[in-house]
Design a protein around this ligand. Structure first.
Ligand SMILES: NC(=O)c1ccc[n+]([C@@H]2O[C@H](COP(=O)([O-])OP(=O)(O)OC[C@H]3O[C@@H](n4cnc5c(N)ncnc54)[C@H](OP(=O)(O)O)[C@@H]3O)[C@@H](O)[C@H]2O)c1
Length: 332
């Protein structure tokens, strides 16, 4: 038996979504197929986790389901030649907390195809602090840096005080980019964002409404967690030949714009999907996180809660009041 958060979702007689989420003792035989079993030490609360923990529809593809799209732990059993008992490992995405049991539990079984050994120097708690948000931010940086170097001009990061945004700022600034952070919390989080390395902090309201299809060129590149009008305005303001990495939908999943930035300015829009990333890309991103993310800064953007605190964080992440990253110490 082990302790886990379990989400039971379904539909009532009127077809309305129902959800019951809480801490339960569960039997080991609920663990899914997979070639590596872990004693989990840490997970985290990402926006997706927040939705499921708060009982919202759209995340769980099966019920009952242990939420948690990130898992960090020590290998206890393995039939994979690539991992040994005792290895500290992590998985981000790969269906965890969506189609198969995730990380908000003391035990997990995963597929080694998406498993990564936590690089030397990164603790279990820091690996969870990085989590899907940090992995996604690094994927966006890898996409961007192929096209846009630090001398090309300003790089905009939206959703700046969130998990992806905070880590993207810290990494880009360390790599020498001049980073402009866009946030809805300029007064409250301005100092925090500058402490991560933002050279300038701007109000997200300037991007959030419909604008002209081509606007003054301001950005060599951007990492966008927001989507919708924000992404369309950023594309309209991106320099000739610039690149925008799109990784989120905090404002909305729509893209209500025109092709003019692409065909008149050669702007590139790159999609980022962390969930299905192949192992080679996972390993590359994690090895870059080990060298290009300041772990002292990571600690300053991280709050830690016990398993029993995850549902409370879910409410706050949905309300947009969480800053940076929240680690769940599943054994606390
Ligand atoms: N593509 C992938 O594989 C992948 C992986 C991870 C996450 N994501 C997506 O990326 C986004 C960010 O994830 P996260 O973990 O960083 O979430 P998060 O910690 O909740 O941060 C989201 C941030 O977006 C901003 N925001 C919230 N509502 C907004 C709105 N209506 N308009 C404009 N900005 C808004 C807020 O930043 P400010 O307070 O600073 O404005 C908030 O802190 C989410 O949409 C998530 O689903 C995608």
């Amino acid at each position: 038996m082990f302790t886990a958060i379990v989400a039971e979702t379904g539909r009532d007689d009127d077809g309305k979504h129902t959800a019951e989420v809480g801490i339960r003792e569960v039997d080991d035989d609920v663990l899914p197929d997979g070639d590596v079993t872990l004693d989990v030490s840490h997970s985290s609360v990402n926006y997706k986790d927040g939705m499921l923990l708060a009982g919202r529809p759209g995340i769980a593809r099966t019920s009952p389901l242990i939420p948690g799209i990130d898992v960090v732990g020590a290998v206890t059993e393995t039939s994979s030649p690539d991992f040994a008992v005792g290895d500290l490992v992590t998985v981000n995405g790969a269906g965890l907390g969506e189609t198969r049991h995730g990380g908000l539990a003391e035990r997990a079984r995963v597929d080694s195809a998406s498993l990564v050994r936590v690089p030397e120097g990164i603790s279990a708690a820091q690996a969870a602090a990085i989590g899907t948000a940090g992995f996604t931010a690094m994927m966006a940086v890898l996409a961007l840096e192929g096209d846009v170097g630090p001398d090309a001009g300003d790089v905009l990061v939206t959703g700046a005080a969130g998990g992806v945004g905070s880590i993207a700022i810290a990494v880009l600034a360390r790599l020498g980019y001049r980073v402009v952070a866009s946030t809805g919390r300029v007064d409250e989080q301005g100092d925090y964002l500058r402490s991560l390395g933002a050279a300038e902090v701007v109000d997200r309201a300037q991007f959030s409404e419909a604008g002209k299809p081509l606007q003054s060129q301001r950005w060599a590149g951007a990492v966008d967690s927001v989507g919708s009008h924000t992404l369309v305005n950023i594309l309209a303001q991106t320099n000739y030949g610039g690149t925008v990495a799109a990784c989120g939908l905090a404002q909305g999943p729509d893209l209500p714009g025109s092709v003019l930035p692409f065909i008149l300015r050669g702007v590139r829009l790159l999609g980022i999907n962390s969930v299905d990333a192949p192992r080679a890309l996972r390993e590359k991103a994690w090895s870059r996180l080990a060298t290009d993310l300041d772990r002292d800064l990571l600690d300053t953007m991280t709050e830690t809660v016990p398993l029993a605190g995850a549902q409370d964080v879910a409410q706050r992440i949905l309300a947009g009041t969480v800053r940076g990253r929240t680690v769940v110490d599943v054994r606390a």
